[in-house]
Design a protein around this ligand. Sequence first.
Ligand code: ADP
Ligand code: MG
Length: 225
Amino acid sequence: AEEFLLQSEKLSIVGELAAGVAHEIRNPLTTIKGFVQLYKKENSSIEFNDLLLSELERIETITSEMLSLGKPQAIQLKRTDLRELLENTLDLLQPQAYMNDIQFKLEFEESPYFITSEKNQLKQVFLNILKNAMEAMNEGGIIQINLRKESEHECIISFQDQGVGIPEELLPRLGEPFYSLKEKGTGLGLMICHKIIKQHQGDIHYKSEVNKGTLVEIKLPLLSN
Ligand code: ADP
Ligand code: MG
């Protein structure tokens, strides 16, 4: 009975996802179609090209996020230096942060943090969380990233931003497919994060205060060297 429930639960989640994706893809497609029809009547203009491009990019984002979510991955866990992985991820976002007046501050206790991970997947988690933090900070500011040991066997990576925050009653909805409060959001970023963190036997937790900022904490098991 338990197995049956799990299976039907899975099916309904897949169905919901598929319907959601179809819906998300249809809207930008309708816009494109309308403009392409207009294009026939009149001549091309710059705004028209920009709009076409941004709608196409949105379709691209959604479908690629869907793909990374749906891919049945046999993940290969390898020994990973967590601090190094975090530093690499921050380097990737540095130009974008700079342009938005955002500063990253990374702090850690002086001890090595070795875990087992699929590096690219974990990097994806850090990227998604940092992107959300940056998108929440219209006026710039500091994103504080800390790495610490929770116990001998666990570490915590925390991301504190100074952004718009999230009302408490909405915290449980984070990670739900297509739950987004952004005009151009997909609502898939955190869902992907939750899935990957679970695959790594970890936990993700949020604390937030509206107009003050959001704290995202990820707990991961440490390798005993
Ligand atoms: P997206 O970024 O595409 O909207 P996500 O799954 O990454 O989708 O995030 C879902 C929603 O959670 C966002 O739309 C936003 O409302 C909220 N959120 C996530 N992280 C933060 C944050 N650091 N500060 C404020 N809101 C956030
Ligand atoms: Mg996001």
